[in-house]
Design a protein around this ligand. Structure first.
Ligand SMILES: *[C@@H]1O[C@H](CO)[C@@H](O)[C@H](O)[C@H]1NC(C)=O
Ligand SMILES: *[C@@H]1O[C@H](CO)[C@@H](O)[C@H](O)[C@H]1NC(C)=O
Ligand SMILES: *[C@@H]1O[C@H](CO)[C@@H](O)[C@H](O)[C@H]1NC(C)=O
Ligand SMILES: *[C@@H]1O[C@H](CO)[C@@H](O)[C@H](O)[C@H]1NC(C)=O
Ligand SMILES: *[C@@H]1O[C@H](CO)[C@@H](O)[C@H](O)[C@H]1NC(C)=O
Ligand SMILES: *[C@@H]1O[C@H](CO)[C@@H](O)[C@H](O)[C@H]1NC(C)=O
Ligand SMILES: *[C@@H]1O[C@H](CO)[C@@H](O)[C@H](O)[C@H]1NC(C)=O
Length: 719
């Protein structure tokens, strides 16, 4: 009964969200099948409105399916780098749902943790920057954490001649979980995956990683205008928090930015300016890819740094317990630089380091500069997600999880696995490797988050956000210590929560984690043809499945460390190379110009996902309807749309990737954008057109002659 109720509720929600023209009062009395008809009709209109039927689908299918998308979905304001896609639209809807859930009055069904988090969220919405409780909190915070020289008239030097920065950063970590100057993280031991381990690494910085990395910082001087906005932002904050004069604030800010910029020169030495490690095609070979971090005791590292950095003391002061087991050091270069830069900076002016540390800490206890009543809910939700991911997940789960749809998706997943298994029969895979692959595939399951009862022993108050924040930040340490010393098989650091739309392959847990958030329109709608289901959520799942069988999945992340045989590896690279050349040609008419291995890997997975999902759909059709029964097939099309069910599949796939995007204004100063000679050729278009042009079935369905843009003669295929 609960299940049926949920299902109907989901439909209503969808109706309310996407088609306000259908009166809700009417739908409540609709028989189910009429509702379905309404949904199908609405989907028809939607599919059609995004298409440009004047475009030849054999020349540019993306334009054909998505030509009118930008008319309906302007790119999001303020986000230069991200376009509007169905994914971003869905994520916005989920944010809205989460706000509403947190904003609701406490109900009887709420767990005690949920009630408390709702109070926390409301206290965040209602807090005011600089209110008396905030002032009192800040002044106490500054006093007990080493002071803040930038405060006008603070005579900091006189009171803090024995300022010990290593001690200060450790107590900030202990009391608030903050990582200033010394990055520390508890994560799976990547060598064994059987335990968690401590990693010493780069800390977060004021500047985004695209500016704060060795490559950029070494090439661009800190006085360059690239860094102006950082300095301005720091100065603006200082003026807001401390009522400093403009001149003084800019002066202090400039010193801090210079200090950080010097640190950046030794950060992320061997990776790119991007958030993700950039890998070049040459590094696709397994022997070049092994991560090797030194793993030693804290004593050892302390000695290695000639006792200039007392890792033992820093770690035990940070966690409140000594750590005797070995730890990993991700970035020795950074720590060397840190010592040197601090030495030089203190020689120049003793106050800079203390200013930097306190400034960084205070950003966590002040609202951001763009704080307005409009922006506040997004900020508060972000804080809730950071500190209470599971409570929030539980709240979302109780409201939206729909086990009926979960079971339907599980069947789609089994079908995808079956097709993937058939794909592993290809000749280029050597027999032993094939057996291992099939074994792995057969064990793989789909995991949705669910939540056990848990308690939250913190009593928040409605009228003092700052106190609440301090309380929850004080819990971070206990949580980390638990994870560090837990004897259980460790969970991944980035667990997928119910409200997410992510799908993540977990090699060590032999599963794909998937958020409940994706199990709704437009990715999944029970009333629509099954083909749509396979084209949207099925393709996405197939894509995730494919990552278990790409070069990374086969090798580095394999739980038993069994690397594929060299014959299969060579053949894989040959096939992968086909994609590389094709993309190079598509973008630049230059087969060797494209070098982003991460992107290539993704495009390959995208392509595999498409093939697997389509064949799984055919398999389902054949199983359901061996005799091509017309009535059944008519349910697989949409009313008043002149497309076959299989054509609809491809349109659904393409529309899942429509994107409206502004031209980027702020360019990464070091990236040399090459303008494609073909004005419309872009990677996001290739994401759709590439996999389709390589897929025989697509050419057949749309009657594209071989050799046309969308039915290339030299096809690239892996699985
Ligand atoms: C549709 O495509 C045709 C042919 O490329 C083009 O001339 C027309 O402007 C497009 N329509 C819209 C609304 O973009
Ligand atoms: C919560 O309860 C208060 C008082 O009982 C009421 O005024 C308010 O409208 C309720 N808010 C919501 C979102 O239901
Ligand atoms: C250090 O810098 C601060 C702020 O920029 C300044 O007020 C102070 O006079 C400087 N101290 C020395 C010794 O240069
Ligand atoms: C970075 O790469 C160079 C050579 O490519 C290597 O010698 C060095 O050890 C690497 N540094 C780090 C920190 O991994
Ligand atoms: C990959 O490793 C081989 C030797 O194992 C080496 O010759 C080659 O230069 C490496 N390539 C890159 C890009 O590091
Ligand atoms: C430690 O001292 C040795 C010998 O003086 C020196 O070679 C080494 O570079 C120093 N290490 C660091 C990290 O300062
Ligand atoms: C490489 O591709 C990844 C994945 O799409 C992307 O995040 C990254 O920015 C790309 N790197 C470069 C240098 O374009």
């Amino acid at each position: 009964m609960g299940v049926i109720f949920n299902c109907v509720q989901l439909l209503l929600l969808w109706l309310a969200a996407t088609s306000s023209r259908l009166a809700v009062a009417e739908t409540t009395t609709f028989p189910i099948f009429k509702q379905e008809e309404a949904i199908r009709a609405a989907k028809s209109r939607e599919v059609l409105q995004y298409m440009n039927l004047s475009v030849n689908p054999c020349e540019d299918f993306y334009e054909y399916a998505c030509g009118n998308w930008p008319k309906f979905h302007a790119p999001p304001v303020g986000k230069e780098d991200s376009g509007q896609t169905i994914k971003t639209i869905l994520e916005e809807k989920i944010e809205e749902d989460l706000h509403n859930l947190l904003d609701e009055n406490v109900t009887l069904e709420d767990s005690s943790a949920a009630r408390r988090v709702k109070v926390f969220y409301k206290s965040c919405l209602e807090a005011r920057q600089g209110e008396p409780s905030h002032q009192a909190f800040l002044s106490d915070f500054i006093k007990s954490n080493g002071g803040f020289p930038a405060i006008p008239g603070s005579s900091w030097l006189a009171h803090h001649h024995n300022y010990d920065w290593q001690h200060v950063v450790a107590i900030l970590r202990y009391h608030y979980g903050l990582s200033v100057l010394i990055g520390m993280e508890v994560d799976n031991n990547y060598q064994t995956m059987e335990e968690n381990s401590l990693y010493l690494q780069e800390p977060s910085t004021m500047m985004p990683r695209s500016l704060c990395n060795a490559r950029t910082a070494q090439q661009i001087d800190v006085t360059d205008k690239t860094y102006d906005w950082v300095e301005q932002e720091v100065a603006d904050n200082l003026r807001l928090w401390l009522s400093m004069k403009k001149e003084d604030a800019l002066h202090v800010a400039a010193d801090m930015v210079t200090f950080e910029h010097d640190l950046c020169k030794a950060m992320y030495v061997n990776s790119s300016s991007q958030d993700e490690e950039e890998e070049f095609i040459g590094s696709l070979k397994p022997e070049n890819r092994t991560r090797e971090y030194p793993r030693k005791s804290l004593n050892h590292f302390t000695q290695q740094f000639n006792n200039t950095l007392d890792f033992n003391a820093i770690v035990s002061n940070s966690f409140g317990v000594g750590v005797t087991k070995p730890v990993f050091m991700k970035s020795p270069k950074y720590f060397e630089q840190l010592i040197q830069v601090i030495e030089e900076t203190e020689e120049y002016n003793k106050t800079v380091v203390a200013n930097y540390i306190m400034y960084r800490a205070l950003t966590y206890f002040n609202f951001p500069l763009n704080d307005t009543p409009r922006n506040r809910p997004a900020y508060c939700l972000q804080v809730v997600k950071k500190y209470f991911p599971k409570v929030l997940g539980d709240i979302y789960y109780r409201k939206y999880a729909n086990t009926l749809d979960q079971h339907k998706l599980a069947r789609v997943f089994e079908q995808l696995k079956k097709i993937m298994e058939e794909s592993l029969n290809q000749e280029w895979i050597e027999e032993g490797t094939r057996r291992l692959g099939k074994k792995r595939l057969s064990k793989m399951s789909l995991q949705f988050p669910s939540y056990e009862k848990f308690t939250l022993n913190l009593e928040f108050v409605r009228n003092d956000f700052w106190k609440n924040l301090r309380m929850i930040m004080g819990e971070v340490r206990a949580h980390e210590v638990n994870r560090l010393f837990s004897a259980e098989k460790p969970m991944p650091k980035d667990e997928v929560q119910a409200y997410e739309t992510r799908m993540v392959y977990r090699p060590y847990h032999q599963c794909i984690d998937i958020g409940w958030g994706v199990l709704q329109a437009p990715y999944y709608q029970a009333a629509l043809p099954h083909g749509m289901r396979y084209a949207m959520i099925g393709q996405k799942l197939g894509q995730t499945l494919a990552t278990a069988f790409d070069d990374l999945g086969w090798t580095a992340d394999n739980p038993d460390h069994k690397v594929w045989d060299s014959h299969t590896a060579v053949e894989y690279y040959k096939n992968a190379n086909c994609f590389t050349e094709q993309i190079g040609n598509y973008l630049h008419n230059d087969p060797y110009s494209y070098h982003n291995a991460t992107k290539i890997r993704r495009l390959i997975a995208q392509s595999v996902g498409l093939n697997v999902a389509f064949n799984a759909y055919l398999d389902w059709l054949f199983y359901k309807n061996p005799s091509n029964d017309n009535e059944m097939l008519s349910k697989e099309t949409l009313p008043e749309l002149d497309f076959t069910n299989t054509q609809l599949f491809f349109i659904g796939f393409a529309q899942a990737h429509c994107e409206s995007r502004k031209k980027p204004k702020k360019l990464d100063p070091l990236k040399h954008y090459r303008i494609s000679p073909y004005s419309k050729h872009s990677l996001s278009r290739y994401q759709v057109n590439g996999p389709l042009a390589n897929f025989i079935e697509f050419g057949r369905e749309f009657h594209c002659p071989i050799g046309s843009e969308m039915n290339v003669a030299d096809k690239c295929v892996i699985y």
